[in-house]
Design a protein around this ligand. Structure first.
Ligand code: ATP
Length: 364
């Protein structure tokens, strides 16, 4: 069911000459969702956002907003507002005048503009700051003012193009929570683009992971992390040990793989059907590997030698050499476990459901 606020990308491709920046994007963003496009630099995120806002036309396919085809609907007539990386605020103007600027352009009178600016300042939790100058505000406060200015025109959809990238790490992390809170308070659709997986995973209801113009997976953050559908998603989102292998056989949902770290016989095939001889990549996250005990059944056991262990405060990262391969294992620093000695023989165990076997072709 399409609701009146949904955004549908209906087989959208965008080409610049012979270069395909967005390749057959097909998805629905639901009204009221915090939806992120996540992908490396150059994968086509900004182009897609510009297409939703009306600054770029699809070469093929169409954008529908609220059931209406947006072809021939210019940026100013779409229910969208765009926030750029550099915010584009006027530093010498007051906060209230910045927020009310789009209303002034629309010919709304001074008193009403101020009333609306004050209302928006309450909404972004900066009440009483309307008379300050923008240059007197902190980076995070400016960020919120930019959001208020975008909200002044009462859009249904706020499009945010890496809006936190100019801020320092601490503030960026703080603003993730703030943005999510503001989005929930105003109840609008936020479409957010970022190459920062932490941002996408913490704030979003759903995330689309993009690679070279192609949307590889659209899912809730937990599903993206726990059940990647392609090798690209598995390697781009979070840390992963990637072990190339060949399928020996599959019995029901369980596959046996030949890998450089040994034969692994209890691997969940993730709904796919593999044939003997298929090339694949096995992904196991460092935190899902467990230092083995002699009593474990050993179906998914890898034996190696500890090369070194790094201390990172909250976790310890062990590097375990298995032939040509070095696998990473992370464990929580509970203050009790002793550091491991370099050169010690170790075994690594993992549960079938904690690994993802994916076809090599999905690496793209
Ligand atoms: P970043 O995170 O670095 O901004 P992005 O994922 O947003 O990257 P886009 O800006 O959408 O990527 O660009 C995708 C590709 O399309 C890039 O290779 C870029 O060079 C190309 N591109 C974008 N706009 C144009 C244009 N107007 N003409 C030609 N090529 C373009």
């Amino acid at each position: 069911m399409t609701s009146s606020k949904d955004i549908v990308l209906d087989h959208v491709s965008i080409r610049f000459g012979s270069y395909t920046a967005v390749d057959n994007a097909f998805l629905t963003i639901r009204g009221g969702e915090f939806f992120s496009f996540l992908g490396p630099s150059g994968c086509g995120k900004t182009t897609l956002l510009r297409c939703i806002s009306g600054f770029v036309d699809p070469t093929e396919g169409r954008v529908m907003i609220g059931g209406r085809d947006m072809r021939n609907v210019g940026p100013n007539r779409r229910p969208t507002a765009l926030i750029f990386q550099n915010l584009a605020l006027f530093p010498l103007m007051s906060v209230a005048d910045n927020i009310a600027f789009p209303l002034e352009v629309r010919g709304i009178g001074r008193k009403e503009r101020r009333r609306r600016a004050d209302e928006l300042l309450d909404m972004i939790a900066l009440p009483g700051t309307g008379d300050k100058k923008v240059h007197e505000l902190s980076g995070g406060q400016r960020q919120r003012v930019a959001i208020a200015r975008a909200l002044a025109v009462e859009p249904d959809i706020l499009l945010l193009d890496e809006p936190l990238s100019a801020l320092d790490l601490k503030l960026r992390q703080h603003m993730r929570t703030e943005l999510r809170t503001i989005q929930q308070r105003v109840g609008l659709t936020f479409i957010y683009i970022t190459h920062d997986q932490g941002e996408a995973l913490t704030m979003s209801d759903r995330v689309a992971v993009m690679n070279t113009g192609v949307i590889e997976q659209v899912d809730a953050p937990e599903a993206i992390y726990n059940r990647p559908r392609t090798a690209f998603v598995a390697s781009f989102v979070g840390e992963n040990n990637a072990i190339p292998g060949t399928v020996r056989g599959q019995d029901g949902g369980i596959a046996t793989l030949d890998t450089p770290v040994g034969v692994l016989s209890g691997i969940a095939a993730g709904g796919r059907h593999y044939k003997a001889g298929d090339s694949c990549i096995l992904f196991v996250r460092p935190e899902r590997l467990v230092l083995g005990t002699a009593s474990a059944d050993g179906a998914n056991r890898i034996s190696g030698t500890l090369e070194k262990e790094e201390f990172e405060g909250n976790i310890r990262i062990a590097f375990v050499r298995v032939g040509e391969f070095v696998l990473k294992l992370s464990r929580v620093n509970d203050g009790l476990a002793a550091p491991l000695a370099s050169g010690a023989p170790v075994t690594l165990d993992f549960q079938a459901a904690d690994a993802a076997v994916l076809p090599v072709s999905s690496m793209a």
